[in-house]
Design a binder for this molecule. Sequence first.
Ligand code: BGC
Length: 766
Amino acid sequence: MKPYLKEDEWSIIEEGFDQEKHEISESVFSIGNGHMGQRANFEETYSGETLQGSYMAGVYYPDKTRVGWWKNGYPEYFAKVLNATNWIGLQILIDDVELDLNNAKVSNFVRELNMKEGYLQRTFTAELTNGHQISVQATRFVSVAMKEIGAIEYQITPLNFDGHLKVVSYLDGDIMNKDANYDETFWDQVSESAEGARASVTVKTKKLDFVYSSMKETHVFHGEDSIQASSSDTKPKYAESSFAAPLTKGTATTIYKYAANVTNRDHDKNDLLDAARTVLDKAIHKGFSDLKTDQAKVWSEKWQDSDIVIEGDISAQQGIRFNIFQMNQTYTGEDARLNIGPKGFTGEKYGGSTYWDTEAYCLPFYLATADQRIPRNLLVYRHNHLEKAKENAGKLGFTKGALYPMVTMNGEESHNEWEITFEEIHRNGAIAYAIYNYVNYTGDKSYLGELGIEVLVEISRFWEDRVHFVPDKGVYMMHGVTGPNEYENNVNNNWYTNRIATWTLEYTLYALDYLKDTDESLHQKWLNDLQLKGEETAKWVEIIDKMYYPEDQDRGVFLQADNFEDKEIMSVTDLNSKHLPLNQNWSWDRILRSCFIKQADVLQGMYFLNHEFDIETKKRNFDFYEPMTVHESSLSPCVHAILACELGYKEKAYEMYLRTARLDLDNYNNDTEDGCHITSMAGTWMSVVEGFGGMKVRNDQLILNPFIPGQWHSFSFKVVFRGSRLLIRVTQDTVEVINETKQEVDVVIHGETYRINANGILQLNH
Ligand code: BGC
């Protein structure tokens, strides 16, 4: 698709209304605040193609599984984030003609997502079927300062007539998920009320008892004059207030709608309406303008910590800010019960559930840009699911240990494709790796003794149970797995899975030793609580020593799995480009038999365990696998971009970066209407900071190996590291590090260690 969004450093801008692109824009212009979020649906009626979507974080539904052929071990349900009450709705009637952009003549249409201040705005002129022309400016946001509040300012100015306006401001809780397995609604009625300008709707999920109340108040002004509600009404799961106001040529009539959205995740279910009333009163007391000022203030603080500036390439600048904005909209980290769905609040696909994406791709972003509590909560989330992960292992027939689910909302597996549910067990390794990543970055080793060790031991026990010994060969193996490359299933000895398994065992042993050395009584407590005996850890040592890894020693590469090289080895460039993407053009059978790789697999291991391999080994593996990789997972290019930077493959690094940076803005994969690829946006951030910036943390030191693509004048990024906040700016000639905090910090740049004083600046030539 031809790019249609205007380039701008701080905003996403669409000029002109193109109905064909409306659903894509609904995804791209989505807004969220970690507690709730929604697609950029119009407030007024729209009878054209639209995907209505409003979501409350953590409110989900266990939709009964639907499969062609049931297999023992499949989960009973697929958890789905719930499409919930539409609180933005405003029906606008002008001299009895309904405003609907599907049948009005629309001009001067501009839609803007202001990322600097965190709001969505739309302006347009519409000529209705009765010839009346109006100009409209609609602004809305979900507040980051008051998480349960959403606010709208909707301004209508008649251009060529005097007349009458009728506004019906409503809450509609009768909403269905588009992806419902059995076409049923997931919400039951609880109560509705409407009195004057205020109304509320409370609904409850048919299963699991999530209760959600939305309460709104609407204020209407003709010029400065306040207009009272003329009537109010309710029906099941629905409540409205109506207003009748004069319309005077050239004078704006303004509608303010404030909505409080509360659930029994945060309040007692019997107090929901009181809770909504309290927060709504507070918001109204502040008023739209102050709420919007607070919004800008909190967003400015977020940008302080997480902004990336790219000079000399507006399109790249817009792309990276969009990704950072979406990450910060999706997960704010105060609530350890929440996580990051691959589509965030922008669509229903992937059920809003948690994947290994969080640990493998998102964690680094929050580690480097947010307070330590926030990434820690992502670890606590998995710790809270440990019992369920143990049950999950038990359900699949394991005698010990924990297998975290591939897809989950509450700790239970909710995915049902055998090759993923049963075989993509490498995800367990990513969950262990995230603990290492957090401890390595923050230096907070206390996490190991508090919660981390329990998770590590149980994952290690799973690996112990999952490998088998082959006496004739004297080695341990792991058969019947799917690696990160989902274009090859049921393989034996996926190198990445074997290695991440033994790495987990190594790290768990390290963590146990660390506890023993630093706090013997805590160490003893864990040995007792976990019933961990010397024979068990001795077994782990044996598995580490005797694990088998497929390798081609002549070529000097690790093999993705046994017999990988017996496939017909080809390069993506040997394919007719009409066959790409393979997942839309080839049968699944043909894909599985081919050598083509969906996403980093061996190379995922080289990225995670980067320090274990010398540069030549990384190069040989990259040179072998990258040409076969089709990058049909949006999570793929970032890992390749980072490795390419390290290997000095500058063109390749930039090419890979471009594939992730504007994935949704330019709708590369032709699927943005389903929602944005939120978790891969974290990968884009990684490409810049860990790729071009070459940032790593080793032995408690922050390391940078920056290089700058020829297309850019400069780029800069911020990282928080152990109490310091650093601004790193790279130009074609220089690297500059500004210490924005009052504590000195050591940084290793291109192999040399430099001390940067409190509020000091270091400047070097490349
Ligand atoms: C990828 C997985 C990923 C999932 C959700 C799939 O296409 O292959 O690695 O976890 O998408 O993003």
